[in-house]
Design a protein around this ligand. Sequence first.
Ligand code: MN
Length: 744
Amino acid sequence: MSDEKKTYTPQEDYALIEGAYRSLADAILEHNPGIDLGRVRSAFEYADRAHSGQRRQQGTPYVTHVIAAAQICAEMRLDEDSIVAALLHDTIEDTPITHEDIARSFGSNVADIVEGVTKLTRVQFTNREDEQMENLRKMLMAMAKDIRVILIKLADRLHNMRTLDYMKEEKRLQKSLETMEIYAPIAHRLGMQKVKLELEDLALKYLDPVGYTDIMNFLSEQCIALDKFMSGVQKGILRRLKDAGIESSVQSRIKHTYSIYRKMYTQKRELTEIMDLCAFRVIVDSLSDCYNVLGQIHDMYRPIPGRFKDYVATPKPNGYQSVHTTVIGEEGIPFEVQIRTWEMHQVAEYGVAAHWKYKNGDQGLKSGDEEKFAWVRRLLEAQQDSDATDFVHELKMDMFDDEVFVFTPNGDVINLPAGATPIDFAYNIHSAVGNTMTGAKVNGRIVPFDHVLNNGDIVTIITSKNAPGPSRDWIKLCASNSARTKIRQWLKKEKREENVQQGREMFESELRRVGLTAAYLNDEDVVAAALKRLSFTQLDDMYAAIGYGGLTSTRAANRFKDEIAKQARSASHKSVIDKLNEAAERRSSRSVKAMQGVLVEGIDNCLIRFSRCCTPVPGDGIVGFITRGEGISIHRTDCPNYLNALKNEEESRRWIAVDWAERTLEAYVTSFTISADDRNGFVMDVATVLNTLNAKVRTLNARSHGGKAILNVTVEVKNLTALNQIIARLRGVRGVIDIQRGNT
Ligand code: MN
């Protein structure tokens, strides 16, 4: 390692650059000969001009880096636009070239990709807590609208890691840590095993140089013995398969340094105690040959029970397929054999990149596929652990569409609901920040309070001791409940008089709206009874609560209306209640307005909620429950909560008739629970069915319970027919025992 900078002559520069370009061109010809080399050449020349005069740490011309990154992309078999974009990937960041410039010369597709890579490059990683790492990985994935952005970023990182020797010690550690924590896991989730393994080994080399050197030395000491062992096994298997008439390629390799390193730590073993240093791979032409080979190998060597894994029948979440078995060799040395077809091999090595090439030739992803891909991407993302054996535990899917990841000026990642504004951000940091906020900047520019934040934005909150504090309008500008609650708390505490005044106005206007006059406020009996039911002792407290938003004026007015009706009844003042009813009838006969697709007898404007216990959809028999202050909650007529509640006399009066309107909404949220045999790949299979049905999945939670997999699924559907269709299809998934509406 040296930080000496060598000086290169122009002739040496030329030789280096042309040499790098030639090997890029060779890689393209080898892996993707359909690519237009003329276009690649002109991107190379463009990049060469743009970076002219810039040098890397070791003194070589900067452009050699982007050529090398493009070569890695070619080896990943990426498409033409990706390779062109890889050549240009540092131009926006490091030269005056803009998105428009690139779009003009190479098309907007390439320009968008380069811009995407630039955004990721600008994400600053400092040493972070573990939970931050997970957020960062998610953010990187969410930021890259085009998967090629991530793939180019991986190529960029891989080349930087290969040339890390020339960086300063501190930089080396920081980059290695990032690689281990962010980039290798992403490569893994995308199934890009080859890239992942190389990134891990390179990172280990700098993170634990002693451990790394120990393993390297040990392996080189064992080199002759290992070679002999490997070629013995390899020849044995080859001969046997040839005799059996199976066409195959048998590869042997020493395991990667990092996987040996991990084994030492997780199994707390000395290096010399680690027996299985080699692995073998048999690649065959057909699926049936995979199992034939397995039979032959189990016949040759004794298999270790419990180590056989069939990822062919049940692929790993990242798409990996192979049959794995571990057997004991002649000298009692165990080794693993992976058996797969050539196509599975491509996927195992190149992950998503291979899928994409197989499916779409060289066209890249089509927009429909990209949509499909987003779903797969989320699913991959949700898998904390790659190992399909414990896939079902604690799998929780949070759709990215619901979240946005932004930075504080210090580089901490803050996770907010989608649609969040600087107000949400400020209250997420601390109430005091929100309460003294006077302005906000996003990526250095002043923005209005209602500015919607995007992934990767750096948000700065401007505060002042003399800030007037949050205004009531802010509540509408928040996307997070916590911010709303904090604003209300402040309003409640700081603005009592204003709240009382405002609350009174809101309440009186609501009274008028339901056909009552403020005169009733002079009726002490009515006021006392209504306040008691609302848990207040005086009217001003109730007004204050309405003012800061702790109580809705509708709820308060309804209590008054109830009490007035009650008193009227008890005093036999029938006329009042009659008038009320008349008014209600007039309204209902004039126009029964459907609310969220539901008709409520006698009421044409109230809050409608669909109960979470039974999540009704159009087509279900329904009934309404008048909640305390939260409108009418709609249940199914076969909902156990409803059936139970009917036994209670007091409560039963609060149930009212409702029906579906002729026109319902486009989508209703509903849940169902699948119980199934706990088997590998089950969640993936369910996800695939939901995907082929174009079902809009909100959440998908899996857990394991008494040997069974329990999956709670929340979807949006139009009606019962659509829901039944989904359920019917899911019953066909292997292992499904039962599907019940609702969450259990
Ligand atoms: Mn770069």
